[in-house]
Design a binder for this molecule. Structure first.
Ligand code: ATP
Ligand code: MG
Length: 896
């Protein structure tokens, strides 16, 4: 029966079905949102491509991403019915880009019900929108459902009149967290039949088939169960609807186009790239694929950059990098040698800025990021490509069919050449890459670096592991105070456990409980004393080499100490206090940067020491001086507000939902510590002030770039800031005293001095030139006649090369038309030589450059230059007389 129904469509498939409405993508988006608004849905804006508070996903992949907290009942939605056009990015689809329907970045139109309407309404709305608003022919549309869902097919029959056998059952029509607990349920997809001419021709071709005939345009997800970890499903008390329809695919259908790239969402972009590459879209299938890839990736990169993703070697940054590299590579296939992505960014921005206003706002930033990264990769690529090409030639000559993994890894590791590119280039030469060999090489290298890291740490992991197993995790008491009593439970000397130590032995000491903070989260470890009945141990550093185990590194200062003894532990108070001021200030700095510079600021690292704090963050440009002032002012306002610092222990999910800042790429436990002060909330295990007022004072002392797109701020707080200001102020007093003036008028005084100095320099220069002139007069009279040439080779006394050159010119003019002038002057470290030869004499075989070389060499240095004027020099001052004597001889021998 099913087969009959489809053969019916196949026959009909040949008819031309013309779509009457030719809507632009802007109109399609608006009509979708307006339609759902008319059904009581609240329009919500697209969220960022960087998911808010969800470190488990790199980028937003669907419209429901921002609704998750509502679906889970953790946040109250602004309305129970919502609709949006969401920016989405799917890494999983990167390799498919180039076909007719797949994009990495696309817009997803969606309607959502949070515990409000369910299946029947969702299907009713979808059908009404597609057939009435968009006027798609009903016989081109085909729903699919999950085999276990009996309700959905019933509604499809009732609402849209589909006979049951026409509704395709697909096992994959199920949505839920794979292998995890959470809400889940069946879904129902709507496919558009593009016509039999697009099909594979198989009799059982139907929605869900791999071929290009049936295009999935919309997915309606019915979230109706909660799945436990063991797979048990219980019906949700409040069921949700989540739907997603690709705007580009809908536009392709509504505009009657052959691919998403032929729609108005891409035409201008494709045209721009095609014109940069001096080609036209549609003229060569291979070029078309490259143009599609570049158009998709280029558009995606613009949106990623606008949302603050910056190129890097991990996480989102790596996706950005990988996309850009693929695009550049395809650009090369099109013969694009110059940067083209940054060139075409404007086209994307202009096309999309109407709905996505962030694009125009971030225009400069986007173009800058793209052009920097493109330039950088072009350099890498050119170097890597030539290496790869010679490697390929060699392999082919030897009859090999694959690039050894080790070589591919070397290209990757030392030349930054991505594996995917090596594979693509190799494939063009009919070779493959030994990927498992590549992975092995990668693993070997990681082991090497891990081994060396362990070596640096100088600790025998096995011994510590044994101790941890025996005594259990160390209890940390340092949040409450900086002193406490405890017991020695382990001592390690030179990688072996010992029972006791005696002064001045170095050791690693483990306590059952300790107030010493172990280095982590950027905050350095505590120092202090551990005092036993018979000895005192100086703690120089505290670390946590194994999860749960705090180790004190240092030496026994006096007496002896043994395992089992009761001790008193005391952290150096001053050092800890200075450190916590810097740590709390780091949180305020993070918050201030995000509110003043923008949400693209993401923490990339930090160092919290007693003396200072350092904060690394993403930002593609230097901060302006006004921003820096604002940051300092904001932080100091918060300090004066004296916000209490609160800490809470809570489940990770809950923490993220309350808006705590989590570090990207950081692995968090299920239960986390949340530190909040004022409007700052961060996941953090560090030690902090009781209230922000304790920080006292904050001063940024430096802001600089440390890598492309990453900047670093160094700052001082409390005592450090005070000392810094005092130093500065004393410096001003001292300078004022030295200049015999008051600090208030120092600036005017310095300006005056600078002017005076410039005037004095001018005077000295004038004087020097005059003296040089006098020397020149005297010297000119001593010129020797050598076969018609007037030769001078003399040592003079001038301050620098410039005056020496001027003097040489002067003398040549005096001896014109047949002068040879060689002047040497002692410049302290070395002797400088200036040689000038009249044009008339160069015709007779003399060459200033050769003379300079001759003299320079004799002085233990070198020389050279043009025939008429040259310079040289050397450090061998004792040879000066002999060197000058060479000149006359040279003239005699070489003049014609
Ligand atoms: P496909 O199997 O075609 O990749 P999907 O099953 O991954 O689609 P969903 O996750 O259900 O799609 O997403 C909902 C809708 O978003 C799809 O029906 C489609 O219209 C659109 N969509 C999904 N992935 C892409 C993509 N890579 N490019 C363009 N549109 C997409
Ligand atoms: Mg997909």
């Amino acid at each position: 029966m099913l087969l009959c129904y489809y053969s019916l469509i196949i026959e009909r498939g040949n008819d031309e079905v013309s779509v009457e409405l030719k809507l632009t993508s802007t109109e399609i988006r608006a009509r979708f949102l307006d339609f759902f608004a008319s059904k009581g849905h609240l329009k919500v804006p697209s969220s960022s491509l960087i998911p808010r508070n969800d470190p488990t996903v790199l980028l937003t992949t669907a419209g429901m991403q921002q609704m998750i907290p509502y679906f889970l009942g953790r946040e109250t939605p602004p309305a129970q019915r919502l609709t949006s056009a969401q920016k989405c990015f799917r890494t999983t689809d990167i390799d498919k880009v180039g076909n007719e329907r797949t994009l990495t970045f696309f817009e997803m139109l969606g309607n959502f019900s949070v515990g409000d309407y369910f299946k029947r309404e969702a299907i009713t709305y979808a059908w009404e929108l597609l057939t009435q608003v968009f006027q798609l022919p009903a016989d081109r549309l085909h729903p699919t459902v999950h085999p276990e869902d009996d309700e959905a097919p019933r509604y499809w029959s009732e609402i849209a009149g589909f006979p049951d056998e026409a509704i395709v059952r697909l096992e994959e029509n199920w949505w839920g967290p794979p292998g995890a607990s959470g809400p889940c349920g069946p879904d129902s997809e709507i496919y558009y039949d593009r016509g039999v001419e697009h099909g594979c021709g198989r009799a059982d071709c139907k929605p869900g088939c791999e071929c290009e005939r049936f295009l999935e345009i919309w997915n309606l997800v019915f979230m109706q169960f909660y799945q436990d970890l063991d797979g048990t499903r219980t019906p949700l008390p409040k069921k949700n609807i989540d739907t997603g329809m690709g705007l580009e695919r809908l536009a392709m259908v509504l505009q009657g186009k052959e691919s998403v790239f032929d729609t108005d969402m891409f035409q201008a972009i494709i045209d721009r790239f095609a014109s940069l590459a001096h080609t036209t879209y549609g003229s060569d299938p291979r070029h078309d694929v490259s143009l599609r890839v570049i158009a998709d990736h280029g558009r995606a990169l613009v949106f990623l950059a606008a949302d603050g993703v910056l190129p890097s070697n991990e996480g989102r940054g790596y996706i950005f990098r990988r996309l850009l590299r693929r695009a550049v590579r395809h650009g090369k296939l099109l013969g694009l040698d110059k940067p083209f992505l940054s060139e075409a960014a404007d086209t994307v921005i202009n096309l999309m800025k109407g709905h996505y206003t962030e694009l125009a706002q971030q225009r400069d930033h986007i173009v800058e990021i793209l052009s920097l990264e493109e330039k950088k990769f072009n350099q890498t690529l050119n170097a890597g490509l030539s290496l790869l090409n010679s490697l390929l030639e060699e392999l082919k000559r030897k009859g090999h069919t694959a690039i050894p993994g080790e070589d591919a890894f070397k290209l990757y590791d030392t030349h930054g050449f991505p594996l995917e590119l090596t594979q693509e280039v190799a494939a063009e030469h009919g070779l493959s890459v030994d990927v498992s060999g590549f992975e092995e090489a990668m693993q070997r290298q990681q082991e090497r670096s891990r081994a060396s890291a362990a070596f640096v740490q100088g600790q025998d992991e096995q011994v510590l592991t044994d101790i941890l197993r025996r005594v259990g995790p160390t209890e940390f008491t340092g949040y409450e105070g900086i002193a406490g009593s405890g017991k020695v439970v382990g001592l390690v000397v030179d990688g072996a456990e010992v029972e006791s130590i005696s002064a001045p032995q170095r050791a690693s000491l483990i306590l059952d409980s300790t107030p010493f903070y172990a280095e982590s989260g950027g905050q350095i470890g505590d120092r202090g004393d551990i005092t036993g009945p018979m000895g005192v141990f100086h703690v120089e550093d505290t670390r946590r080499p194994l999860k749960g185990l705090i180790v004190h590194y240092g030496h026994l200062h006096e007496g002896y100490m043994r395992v089992g003894e009761a001790i008193q532990a005391d952290v150096i108070a001053q050092r800890r206090e200075d450190t916590i001021r810097n740590h709390s200030a780091t949180h305020l700095l993070h918050k201030a940067l995000r509110s003043i510079v923008g949400q693209q600021v993401e923490q990339r690292g930090s160092l919290v020491e007693p003396e200072r704090l350092r904060f690394d963050f993403t930002c593609s440009r230097p901060l302006t001086s006004s921003e820096l002032v604002q940051v300092d002012e904001q932080i100091n306002r918060w300090i004066r507000a004296d916000f209490p610092v609160h800490t809470h222990i809570m489940p990770l999910q809950e923490a993220l939902i309350t808006g705590a800042m989590a570090l990207f790429g950081e692995k968090y436990e299920d239960v986390v510590r949340v530190v909040s002060m004022g409007s700052s909330t961060e996941l953090c295990g560090g030690t902090h002030c009781v209230a922000t007022g304790q920080i006292g004072l904050y001063i940024t002392v430096q802001e600089a770039s440390i890598a492309a797109g990453i900047r670093r701020i160094e700052a001082l707080t409390g005592r450090g800031a005070e000392a810094y200001l005092r130093r500065r102020s004393t410096l001003v007093d001292t300078i004022a005293a030295k200049l015999q003036t008051q600090p208030d008028v120092l600036e005017t005084r310095v300006e005056q001095l600078v002017q005076d100095l410039a005037a004095a320099r001018r005077l000295v220069g004038q004087y020097q030139r005059e003296t040089a002139q006098q020397q020149a007069e005297v010297l000119a009279q001593r010129a020797k006649d050598v076969m018609g040439a007037k030769v001078i080779a003399a040592s003079v006394d001038v301050p620098d090369d410039k005056v020496l050159r001027e003097m040489g010119d002067m003398m040549r003019a005096k001896l014109s038309p047949a002068g040879v002038v060689v002047l040497a002057s002692n410049f302290g470290e070395r002797i400088g030589v200036q040689v000038n030869v009249d044009a008339a004499l160069t015709k007779r075989g003399l060459h200033a450059g050769k003379i300079a070389a001759l003299v320079g060499e004799r002085l233990g240095g070198k020389g050279g230059g043009r025939p008429e004027s040259a310079q040289g020099g050397g450090k061998n001052k004792a040879e000066l007389g002999a060197a000058l004597d060479l000149v006359t001889k040279f003239v005699q021998q070489n003049i014609r």
